[in-house]
Design a protein around this ligand. Structure first.
Ligand SMILES: NC(=O)c1ccc[n+]([C@@H]2O[C@H](COP(=O)([O-])OP(=O)(O)OC[C@H]3O[C@@H](n4cnc5c(N)ncnc54)[C@H](OP(=O)(O)O)[C@@H]3O)[C@@H](O)[C@H]2O)c1
Length: 337
């Protein structure tokens, strides 16, 4: 694994924001991951961040006062990029060139050209690069995909996905800035597209959408539709200023599946078939699973040890292709302004 020993991976994190904190908290519950460093643009922020951590394995965690300095430390094996979208390219490239394995937050890049370049850099440096669509690594996702492909609802025809949250617009939040890779489509619409592509195992032949634009110029909510070669249609809504149930529904010829609060991956799902009692599918009811990001970190380490890649290059590039098509529509369609 290129690590401190054959079973552990020494992680360093770039950034000290929301997801850095969440990932750090859950990494402590992973089997393979050990947090060894946190880097910030400002040394005091990195120190404050690590001071607040409980370190279950007792190993030391270093605070780095620049992103560059953590990349130069040979005591770090893997880097988790928890920076705003516009910085993913620069720092993922730098981490890969430093010989680190890299898990970068979604979306990996602003467009597929950047993503292709990053994977080329990874290949050249013999490093693993993965985009952190954490739900893909989760056993509930595998169970759901198996349920659909086993024909439990007949032939899948329609998919309905939503991923929305409600947060006040803030000048310091890159999500609300059109020039910083912001907008609901980039932030959470990317998940919806990725899920529809996972469920069909195909690339859409059509992608259409319409955006509502916030006064600062980003899409604060967006409705999209995708058509797949096998005849499946997917519709999705994503947004940053509204509250929804986050339920995903899959409709087939023989029934439908309802997955509540899809993105937390905390619950099972229900299969509905005409004239039968709903069937509740629970995941491993006898053994509580580790949290989502712990599973992701372990699954990343698993790929390093030779397990199948649960989010390979072609998937990331395919997702960015669809994102680009939809973002171009937001730019081009005067009705959305
Ligand atoms: N997988 C998930 O569930 C999930 C959830 C949320 C977000 N994300 C993704 O994670 C990434 C970070 O999101 P976040 O919510 O954690 O963002 P955030 O809270 O704003 O944190 C981003 C961090 O990046 C660093 N940074 C460097 N340059 C910056 C700049 N110009 N403006 C703001 N911050 C800057 C800051 O850390 P320092 O000042 O310490 O350097 C900051 O704390 C995004 O790509 C997002 O899409 C993923």
């Amino acid at each position: 694994m290129g690590t401190s020993d054959s079973t552990t991976l020494r992680w360093g994190i770039l950034g000290t924001g929301n997801i850095a904190r969440q990932f750090t908290k859950e990494l402590a519950l992973s089997e393979t991951g050990r947090l060894r460093g946190v880097a910030s643009r400002r040394p005091d922020k990195a120190f404050t961040f690590i001071e607040s951590l409980k370190n279950p394995d007792g190993g030391s965690i270093t605070a780095y006062g620049s992103y560059r300095s953590i990349l130069e430390d040979p005591a770090i094996d893997a880097i988790y990029i928890a920076l705003p979208n516009t910085l993913h390219f620069e720092w993922t490239a730098a981490a890969l060139r430093s010989g680190k394995q890299v898990l970068c937050e979604k979306p990996l890049a602003l467009n597929r050209r950047e993503a292709e370049e990053l994977f080329d850099i990874a290949d050249k440096n013999g490093a693993l690069l993965m985009e952190g669509f954490m739900y893909r690594a989760h056993p509930r996702t595998h169970l759901l995909l198996d349920t659909v492909s086993n024909g439990e609802i007949g032939t899948l025809q329609l998919i309905q996905i939503n991923f929305c949250f409600n947060r006040p617009a803030a000048k310091e939040d890159a999500r609300f800035h059109p020039n910083e890779g912001g907008g609901s489509l980039m932030d959470v619409g990317c998940y919806c597209i990725d899920l529809a592509r996972s469920l069909t195992g195909q690339e859409p032949v059509r992608a259409n959408g319409i955006a509502h634009l916030h006064e600062w110029g980003v899409d604060d909510y967006f409705a999209g539709s995708l058509a797949f070669p096998n005849g499946v249609l997917a519709s999705f809504v994503c947004g940053m200023t509204l509250t929804t149930d986050q339920t995903t529904r899959l409709y087939g010829t023989e029934g439908w599946i309802e997955i509540p609060r899809f993105w937390k991956a905390a619950e099972g799902f229900t299969i509905h078939r005409p004239e039968r009692e709903p069937e509740n599918i629970q995941l491993l009811p006898t053994s509580p699973l580790p949290p989502l990001y712990a599973i992701e970190a372990d699954a990343f380490a698993g790929v390093l040890r030779g397990a199948p890649n649960w989010n390979p290059r072609e998937n990331t590039v395919g997702n960015l292709k669809v994102l680009e098509m939809l973002r171009n529509q937001i730019q081009a369609d005067p009705l959305t302004r």
